[in-house]
Design a protein around this ligand. Structure first.
Ligand SMILES: NC(=O)c1ccc[n+]([C@@H]2O[C@H](COP(=O)([O-])OP(=O)(O)OC[C@H]3O[C@@H](n4cnc5c(N)ncnc54)[C@H](O)[C@@H]3O)[C@@H](O)[C@H]2O)c1
Ligand SMILES: [Mg+2]
Length: 352
């Protein structure tokens, strides 16, 4: 394919974007930015930056919604100078996506910076005033963001966290260096390449045909119950992980299993949530909670679950000191599993 893109974008490129569909052109452009530091640096000049502080995204309230503002490179450099930070800090930013018009999107954390001698956290209120917004904990923000922004900010947070936690080579102990896009880090002394990682997690909504099984850990917000979740062990298939997790956590054996969907989940570290529906063997529904893993688990009827799904923003409801039964927010895949179960009414039609 041609080295120069020609009329479409008048710049040096790996291939001719004009010949590709919008989606393919976008994925190829992002691939190029990850592979080529110069192309990525150039993309920063016309790109947009999302800002974080200690992994909390900057949000602005407009009417009834929260939006993450975008900043141009020029605006970001002005802000960095104002906050007493070096404009070189732009190089700590990570690539998180791009628009269909190939405007690249980056994320930068104004506080996380291992090489900085200033204590940026002291400046948070001043930064919020200057930025006309607030840095809001992402778990809370998920209740208020639209799907597109939530997904973008989740990716950004996961990538910023990974870089913050992988500053050194585990073999040589030397500082690692990120590439411009932030898609990898390299140890200069032994050339080991580190890539951002996700841990596979299975999440299963178990049904007995008429009820579904939900559980809570003591660390969950009060009143919240979710589907059973657990990290895959080394060497396990998804099917084996689901079977083991259900047995481990509630003492039940599943009979049938059906994949539903998957989701990247940034908390507490990046996980790839793989969501399934499962049924238990007929008549074998007695729960034996593993108290080392769970605080409680119970079977819930359709009516109870439908009422819980209608409860929005329990963070506000908690102020009443009443903690009604509620389920994870709509952007969590657990919510999707629960909705699917309610809509299908029973998973007795699952393949054997
Ligand atoms: N998006 C959603 O809808 C949703 C819903 C529920 C849970 N989750 C996520 O699923 C994840 C797993 O659920 P869980 O906590 O019940 O898992 P779990 O049942 O496997 O229990 C967690 C324990 O597993 C061990 N563990 C094994 N491998 C681990 C790894 N790679 N990272 C961390 N701990 C590991 C640790 O001892 C840890 O305390 C959680 O991080 C949670 O945030 C997401
Ligand atoms: Mg679990």
């Amino acid at each position: 394919m041609s080295l120069y893109c020609g009329i479409a974008c008048r710049r040096k490129s790996f291939w001719c974007y004009r010949l590709l569909s919008t989606y393919v052109a976008k994925t190829r452009y992002l691939f190029e930015l990850k592979e080529d530091d110069d192309a990525c640096k150039k993309a920063q000049q016309t790109g947009a930056f999302y800002l974080f502080h200690s992994l909390a995204p900057l949000l602005q309230k407009s009417e009834h919604q929260y939006l993450p503002p975008q900043h141009s490179l020029l605006e970001l450099e002005r802000l960095l100078r104002k906050f007493g930070q070096d404009t070189q800090r732009v190089e700590d930013s990570v690539l998180i996506g791009c628009s269909e018009q190939h405007e690249a999107w980056f994320a930068l954390d104004l506080c996380l910076n291992s090489s900085s001698s200033i204590n940026a956290s002291l400046q948070k209120p001043e930064m919020e005033t200057e930025l006309k917004g607030s840095f809001i904990d992402l778990r809370k923000a998920l209740f208020w963001l639209n799907v597109k922004d939530a997904s973008l900010l989740s990716t950004a947070q996961a990538l910023l966290r990974w870089h913050d936690a992988h500053q050194f080579c585990s073999r040589s102990g030397q500082p690692t260096k990120k590439n411009m896009a932030g898609s990898k880090r390299v140890c200069p002394s032994n050339k080991i390449i580190y890539y951002p990682q996700m841990a596979p997690v299975v999440i299963t909504l178990v049904s007995d045909g008429t009820r579904c099984l939900l559980a809570r850990q003591s660390s969950f917000p009060k009143g919240m119950y979710s589907a059973l979740a657990g990290f895959c062990d080394i060497g396990e298939s998804l099917e084996e992980a689901v079977r083991r997790e259900v047995a481990e956590e509630v003492g039940l054996e599943i009979e049938r299993l059906k994949f539903s969907a998957s989701q990247h989940w940034p908390f507490p570290n990046s996980s790839l949530m793989i969501a399934c529906h499962a049924t238990v063997k007929p008549g074998q529904t007695e729960i034996q909670v593993n108290v080392r893993e769970l605080e409680a688990a119970a079977w819930f009827s359709h009516d109870e679950v439908i009422t819980a799904l209608k409860r929005n923003d329990p963070y506000t409801q908690q102020q009443n000191e009443a903690f009604p039964f509620w389920v994870p927010p709509k952007l969590a895949i657990a919510n999707q599993l629960i909705k699917e179960w309610v809509e299908k009414s029973t998973y007795s039609s699952l393949p054997a």
